[in-house]
Design a protein around this ligand. Structure first.
Ligand SMILES: [Zn+2]
Length: 130
């Protein structure tokens, strides 16, 4: 099932009661980002289904951007267990809910923003990362 961004944004707008103010939306979005980050880190520190081994990313001057990209690490080892995956997906859903709420409060269209960003990514490709 493909998600309809317009339907999602309209529904979030209709379900806003306590957090309709842009001030509440901004603080909830910020709080939700922290909750998502916490869920990711707890997968490593409490559950242990993944491990995070961060090291310096090495770029070679003798390689192209595409070649360097292949050498970069995400620093995640292992796979999320079903419980951690479910928790992270739940927190991501909440984050998108508040992002859609911010769009509604500011009279912006989440779908238009995603399409614009998609076009931007297609045009710039890997150079978008610089
Ligand atoms: Zn886990």
């Amino acid at each position: 099932m493909s998600c309809d961004c317009n339907e999602f944004q309209n529904l979030t707008a209709n379900l806003q009661l306590l957090n309709k103010s842009i001030l509440d939306v901004v603080t909830k979005l910020d709080e939700q980002t922290s909750m998502l980050n916490r869920a990711v880190f707890k997968s490593a520190t409490h559950c242990g289904c993944i491990e995070i081994h961060a090291t310096k990313q090495l770029f070679s001057q003798n390689k192209t951007l595409e070649e360097n990209q292949l050498d970069l690490e995400n620093h995640v080892e292992g796979e999320l267990c079903s419980k951690c995956r479910e928790k992270i997906e739940e927190e991501m859903g909440e984050l998108i809910f508040y992002l859609a709420s911010m769009c509604s409060a500011l009279n912006l269209d989440l779908n238009d923003i995603m399409e614009s960003k998609l076009d931007h990514l297609k045009t710039l490709g890997i150079y978008n990362l610089l």
